[in-house]
Design a protein around this ligand. Structure first.
Ligand code: FAD
Length: 400
């Protein structure tokens, strides 16, 4: 009988794994399980705040995976897993058995991080950290804000999905506000002391949004020693440990995160809330027949990005086909790039190449990767074009 590999989660990690399993070994039967018939990408979703895209342009489906690669799609949610029997149960009642399981279920939120901010509050103060209705809600709130209003963006400590994402969001909101509500302000309330591509973001904000001057549209506050403790929903006020109060017209609270619920429920995460794996194969430390990739897994120092999930998926697919065919698992190299727009004609990027070091730990390859070179207008414009091209290529490689 053909080996059967089941992939849970049709995001960047899962869709890539399903496609590349088939490309690497067409004899393997691949089933992809995902509750949504269509997937809205988080990458590109910040551009919506600048009016540069819409949800339609960020939506993909699984038709190509089914038609071109013979992947069987089950539009359903995994509700539980019997790891001993290697069998999954779906919310719809069906049960599915597997020889190997690849899980890329993404993230869930830690709702206990700030008093007053829970799942219900997120319907009023969107995180927009899973693209879709939350993104639209936040965009509408921004559009409805009076000129001279204040946007508060609350950013968690590492690790979280998409390290530069909050700062790209700030840039895109500033681009829109500058045109339509130029007296407004964006305050970033950050649990960190520094952030991804900080020097490049700050140089871009200086150039476009007056950063560092009294008239700056953007202010960044590190609250690493003075964490936010409470949200007063009625007055839209956040209070910190030392009693500082921040009032906003629009509140975008991005909570700390963990691996998705299904991974926690099945005991695949450790006390950090993320799933530890053997990096070469992605096998869970808790079950050798279950591989975990993408944001849910602990692949640090590789950041949690769609590009990285795609790269982890390819290495994992190669490992799974090797294990099924009883051939040695080849050495892996993982790649990441994160591109961000500061304005439509100003992009910045960071890239990294990773491999296992002598101690079998993931480490950056010295001399490979880095950030955008010193930005002049021409480089910035080229980087903006690359930002859009990388998005298109990543979609084509994952879902096409
Ligand atoms: P996901 O893409 O979240 O996919 C997980 C899937 O699993 C979901 O579709 C979910 O429905 C499914 N699932 C969950 N539970 C179950 C279950 N029980 N049964 C079945 N299915 C289940 N990355 C970049 O590389 N470039 C960018 O420019 C970029 N921009 C970003 C901007 C924003 C605003 C945000 C929030 C993120 C951005 N990212 C970017 C990060 C990127 O979105 C994530 O890193 C990526 O989606 C991770 O892929 P994944 O497969 O781990 O999870």
């Amino acid at each position: 009988a053909k080996a059967h590999v089941v992939v849970v989660g049709g995001g960047f990690g899962g869709a890539t794994a399903a496609k590349y399993l088939h490309l690497l070994d067409a004899n393997i039967q691949v089933t992809l399980i995902e509750p949504k018939a269509k997937y809205i990408t988080c990458p590109g979703s910040n551009w919506l705040f600048a009016g540069l895209t819409g949800l339609d342009q960020l939506t993909v489906d699984y038709q190509a995976l089914q038609d071109k690669y013979g992947i069987k799609l089950l539009v359903d949610r995994v509700s539980s897993l019997d790891a001993g029997q290697r069998r999954l149960r779906l919310a719809g009642g069906q049960s599915v058995s597997y020889d190997r399981l690849i899980m890329s279920p993404g993230i869930d939120f830690r709702w206990d991080a700030m008093a007053g901010y829970d799942q219900a509050a997120a319907e009023q103060f969107p995180h927009a950290w899973q693209a879709g209705p939350q993104t639209l809600m936040l965009a509408r709130q921004l559009q409805a804000m009076p000129d001279g209003g204040v946007v508060l963006i609350v950013v968690p400590a590492d690790p979280y999905r998409c390290p530069p994402g909050p700062y790209e969001r700030v840039s895109m909101m500033a681009y829109w506000l500058k045109q339509y509500k130029p007296r407004s302000k964006i305050l970033i309330l950050d649990a960190k002391r520094s952030f991804s591509k900080q020097a490049l973001f700050e140089a871009g904000w200086k150039k476009h949004y007056g950063y560092g001057t009294a008239n700056s549209m953007i202010e960044w506050h590190s609250l690493a020693d003075n964490p936010l403790l409470e949200l007063d929903k009625q007055n839209r006020v956040l209070t910190s440990e030392f009693g500082d109060r921040f009032r906003g017209d629009v509140l975008n609270i991005i909570p700390p995160q963990s691996a998705a619920h299904i991974a926690l429920q099945q005991g695949l995460a450790d006390s950090t809330g993320w799933c530890p794996v053997r990096p070469l194969t992605g096998q869970s430390l808790f079950n050798e027949f279950i591989h975990v990739i993408g944001d849910a897994a602990h692949y640090a120092p590789i950041p949690k990005s769609a590009f990285a999930a795609n790269s982890e998926a390819k290495a994992c697919a190669l490992a799974v086909t090797s294990l099924l065919n009883q051939t040695p698992v080849p050495e892996a190299h993982w790649l990441n790039t994160c591109y961000s727009l500061i304005a439509p004609d100003h992009g910045i990027s960071v890239a990294g190449v990773y491999k296992l070091d002598a101690a079998n730990v993931i480490a950056p390859v010295k001399g490979a990767g880095g950030v955008s070179p010193r930005i002049d207008a021409q480089v910035a414009a080229a980087e903006a074009d690359y930002t859009r091209a990388v998005y298109r290529n990543l979609i084509a490689d994952t879902f096409g």
